[in-house]
Design a protein around this ligand. Structure first.
Ligand code: 9MR
Length: 480
């Protein structure tokens, strides 16, 4: 059957079809050393994780933009959803910067990690110098969380609800929130975020918590207690602003112990800084370090993805904060991929030797229905690309009705020997020859006369005919 990771259906993985199709092609005709590798986002999706990047609005319109759109399936706004940008004066919201990142994401078929709702930093002056009573501060906090999560409802898949609440010794940071409201501000923020956007996964996020130690222990104890209290926390983000040669050896075990509390884990702000200028030895060490981080995530089934904190060394935050250090990302100052890029690609199952395409297509080609049936019902187009004993299927499901379909389940019957191994843009389960695909959170609506695409990889034996008996929410579909 399926691994848990495969059943997570490759978040952001619409391009996995391209990967699989490319892999199929390679297997038959093309020497792999010369094949253009799929982008990181597709390699990650094929592993059941996402690969993301931070992006500021100015980076999105600059040289980082095309790389981000091509290589990454998730985007975190670098600054555009922080309090000082979003609510520069009390009760007045400035959504345009954050919206621009959402629009960029949608234009590039990426998902969005919202960052962040509550933090001690990048707060507007009216808030930090307002001398509010505890009661008033609490209501300001809840209103901000509610209004921002509501504005981005359905557009943000993960929220960093509370960012960086810990001191290095694992005690709570003495910031505006803790000092006036006590640690209960954390639970209250999660509860408000869940009420505003029940569909978003809610994360606690911090740095220097990647390996076990006092700070990580503090976070562990908090997550355990939040879970015990029934506070709606779904995930823990490990920022991973790391130093060359210092990837904690306990990273994977630490991720696993949090996952064992019943939360997802994610690497949310990865960069690995070094003394600059870089040299070949440092870049190789960095490549090894990136490999270790990717492997730590891939080794934990509840690790859902990895976000690097920016595309290029040219615009990274690091030299401004750590003078003399930098070169921490996957692309150099000239936007060229570094050994670390190749290392990440290899760790995600890509090739070790090829030069990545700079602007690969991000959306797999889809085949529209060739014989649209009249009237209501549905039409399935089933495209297959097969080799030896495996195949990739890309399905387009058309709603021929005059009303939207909200939430969809497509069922069909395989031939004996056809077994799905991995799906994208849907959750696919199988019992014998009976298969069921259901929508993910972001593609549950099929407009009237609209379509939805998903796909899967599978094995076959004997013969590999087109499956039969397709039904959409119980209504029979034509198939072509
Ligand atoms: O990348 C962000 C940078 O542009 C800002 O100047 C900086 C200001 O605090 O915040 C950076 O992002 C931080 C993130 O929001 C939280 N974790 C640490 C990141 C690096 O400082």
């Amino acid at each position: 059957m399926f691994s848990k990771r495969a059943l997570r259906s490759a978040i952001g993985g619409s391009g996995a079809a391209l990967l699989a199709a490319t892999a199929a092609l390679i297997a038959v005709t093309v020497p792999s050393a010369h094949a253009a590798d799929p982008p990181l986002r597709d390699l990650a999706a094929a592993k059941g994780v996402y690969m993301g990047t931070a992006l500021t609005a100015s980076e999105a319109t600059g040289a980082s933009g095309p790389i981000a759109g091509a290589q990454f399936g998730m985007v975190t706004p670098g600054n555009e959803m922080k309090w000082d940008t979003v609510e520069p004066s009390r009760g007045t919201y400035n959504w345009a910067p954050g919206d621009s990142i959402v629009n960029f994401a949608q234009a590039h078929n990426m998902q969005v990690r919202g960052h962040n709702l509550v933090w001690h930093s990048q707060l507007p002056n009216w808030l930090t110098s307002g001398s509010f009573s505890n009661t008033e501060l609490h209501s300001i906090l809840i209103k901000h969380v509610t209004d921002e999560a509501t504005h981005y409802k359905g557009k943000v898949v993960h929220w960093d609800v509370v960012n960086e609440p810990f001191n290095e010794d694992g005690t709570f940071r003495q910031d505006l929130w803790y000092n006036q409201l006590g640690s209960s501000y954390i639970a209250d923020a999660f509860t408000a975020a869940r009420a505003a956007d029940p569909g978003a996964k809610l994360y606690l996020n911090d740095y220097n918590v990647e390996g076990t130690g006092p700070k990580s222990d503090g976070m562990y104890n908090l997550v355990k207690s939040l879970k015990q209290q029934g506070v709606p926390i779904d995930g823990v983000g490990f920022q991973a602003h790391l130093i060359l040669g210092q990837v904690p050896s306990t990273f994977k075990a630490n991720l696993q112990r949090f996952a064992d509390l019943g939360v997802d884990v994610a690497i949310t702000e990865l960069d690995i800084r070094m003394q600059t200028p870089s040299d070949a030895a440092r870049l190789q060490q960095q490549a090894n370090d990136y490999t270790s981080v990717v492997n730590a995530c891939l080794g934990v089934s509840r690790c859902v993805g990895i976000t690097v904190w920016g595309v290029s060394d040219a615009t990274s935050w690091i030299p401004g904060v750590f003078p003399g250090q930098g070169a921490a990302l996957l692309y150099d100052d000239n936007y060229q991929p570094k050994p670390a890029y190749t290392a990440v690609r290899t760790a995600l199952g890509g090739s070790t030797t090829t030069t990545p395409p700079t602007t690969p297509p991000t959306t797999p080609p889809t085949t529209p229905p060739t014989t649209p049936p009249g009237g209501g019902g549905c039409a399935v187009t089933y495209g297959v690309n097969q080799w030896n004993t495996g195949f990739t299927a890309n399905l387009t499901v058309k709603n021929n009705g005059s009303a939207p379909v909200n939430g969809w389940t497509l069922k069909w019957t395989f031939a004996p020997g056809q077994t799905v191994t991995q799906a994208w843009n849907a959750t696919v389960t199988q019992s014998g020859t009976a298969a069921t695909a259901t929508n993910l959170s972001y593609n549950g609506t099929i407009a009237a006369a609209g379509t939805v695409d998903f796909g899967f990889n599978a094995n076959w034996s004997g013969s590999n005919p087109k499956p039969t008996g397709f039904t959409l929410n119980g209504t029979a579909c034509t198939v072509s």
